[in-house]
Ligand binder design. Structure first.
Ligand code: GLN
Length: 446
């Protein structure tokens, strides 16, 4: 069972920041009793899952893998947790991540490294690296992650599992600790596409507590799981097959596309001409929003406090000592981009380019039903290899951030292995609220 698996491998993988074994055992026992009584149970009932540590869980520590929230125990549940609780699953605990979801390898956690279950010397990806590693290692059957610029899809790709970023607004962000509010979205991290559809069924929907959540009705996503891709129009964006892309990745993606053609899909090359600017745009908008969102950690309202002679010294010490390097870097970039004199040149310009990136997708989706591309330009890299070079790490996000800028849904499904045996992910991108289409394509392929 999953707890035995946890005892066996969690020491090496390090996916969990907090384990909630006692309540998990109680939840499991109650599901067992219901089954024994022959009662109808919900899909997730009794199924062990775990939650990224930036999603608020009532009574259970939620640290965002940051020292500034080391003792933060939320007095309320995120909306997704309320929805999930109605299904009575077994919650095993909270999962490691890059601090405040800033990073692509989970190495920015203030607490521990998480190792890729396929090769313990490699990163699991990030920022939802704990979520992906737990599902891949079998220490959770399903997990929730968050995706601001690829943080669900890229770790899913690195760990050989399925991860979906739903359309912006499809899932309530209430109770998700904010990184970049116009980009953040919670989504499922699962072993296969069927589980992904089930978890999405549970978490999707309008929420009065999140004014950006969509009022569009939620379909039954499992109904989309047919194998029908005949005539599906697939676009291959030439800009996503970038220079510097790993040869094994390119081979695996081309092979997957050929498989879709063999199933009767129609493949055409398309262009998303502003892709080159997506990284720079994202790394202005995300830090600008982060700088604003992270102002609340002032040592006064909540979170950790380091004492000082006066309030200014207290705040300075708290923020200097409790935020990690990457978080501070983002706060500085963000405040710079927003400051008087630079606002027009950087932040406002970035917003305009964001519109151009969105327009690229609108134009492309006039011709195709889905867009396919790699999830990441490389398979999982070695622990320590990139963390000292933030720019190189940012460039990893080339295939994932454009969707967040445009608010579109995307799923990563396993599509083969590198020569060294590391998993590779195929990314399937859909129109806004077209989760059913990308699930159908993913299901047909897996
Ligand atoms: N790697 C990106 C970043 O560091 C994406 C992170 C995310 O999606 N949360 O911002």
């Amino acid at each position: 069972d999953v707890l035995a698996r946890m005892d066996e491998v969690e020491g090496e993988v390090g996916a969990y920041l907090t384990q909630t074994r006692e309540t998990a055992l109680r939840e499991a026992a109650s599901a067992d009793e219901k089954i024994a009584r022959g009662e109808q149970i919900a899909f997730l009932e009794g199924i062990p899952g775990a939650i990224k540590d930036n999603i608020c869980t009532k009574g259970v520590k939620t640290t965002c893998a940051s020292k500034i929230l080391e003792n933060f125990v939320p007095p309320y549940d995120a909306t997704v947790m309320e929805k999930i609780a109605a299904e009575h699953p077994v919650i095993l605990g909270k999962l490691n991540m890059d601090e405040f979801a800033m990073g692509g390898s989970t190495e920015n956690s203030a607490y521990q490294k998480t190792h890729n279950p396929w090769n313990l010397d490699c990163v699991p990806g990030g920022s939802s690296g704990g979520s992906a590693a737990a599902v891949a290692a079998g220490t959770a059957i399903w997990a929730l992650g968050s995706d601001t610029g690829g943080s669900i899809r890229q770790p899913a790709s690195f760990c050989g599992i399925v991860g979906m970023k739903p359309t912006y607004g499809r899932v309530s962000r209430y109770g998700l600790v904010a990184y970049a509010s116009s980009l953040d979205q919670i989504g499922p991290v699962t072993r296969d596409v069927t589980d992904c559809a089930h978890v999405l069924n549970v978490i999707a929907g309008h929420d009065v507590m999140d004014s950006t959540s969509s009022t569009a009705p939620v379909p039954d996503y499992t109904k989309a799981l047919t194998e029908e891709v005949k005539g599906l129009k697939i676009g291959l964006p030439k800009e996503y097959f970038v220079k510097g892309m790993d040869a094994d990745v390119e081979k695996a993606i081309r092979k997957a596309i050929a498989d879709f053609e063999a199933m009767g899909a129609e493949v055409t090359e398309i262009t998303l001409p502003h892709t080159d600017y997506a990284i720079s745009t994202y790394y202005l908008i995300a830090p600008a929003e982060a700088a604003t969102n992270l102002e609340r950690y002032d040592g006064v309202s909540y979170g950790a406090r380091v004492d000082g002679a006066d309030i200014v010294e207290m705040m300075t010490k708290t923020r200097s000592e409790k935020f990690g390097e990457e978080v501070k870097r983002r706060i500085m970039i963000g405040n710079y981009a927003l400051s008087a004199g630079y606002y027009d040149a950087y932040y406002l310009k970035a917003l305009k380019v964001r519109t151009l990136v969105q327009q690229d997708f609108t134009d492309a989706f006039k011709k195709v039903d889905v867009i396919m591309a790699p999830t990441a330009p490389t398979p999982a890299f070695k622990i320590g290899e990139m963390v000292s070079d933030p720019l190189k790490m940012y460039l990893q996000d080339i295939c994932t951030v454009p969707l967040n800028l445009a608010g579109l849904p995307g799923i990563s499904v396993p599509c083969g292995y590198s020569a060294k045996g590391m998993p590779i992910g195929l990314q399937i991108i859909g129109k806004a609220l077209a989760e059913e289409t990308i699930l159908r394509a993913a299901y047909a392929y897996e």
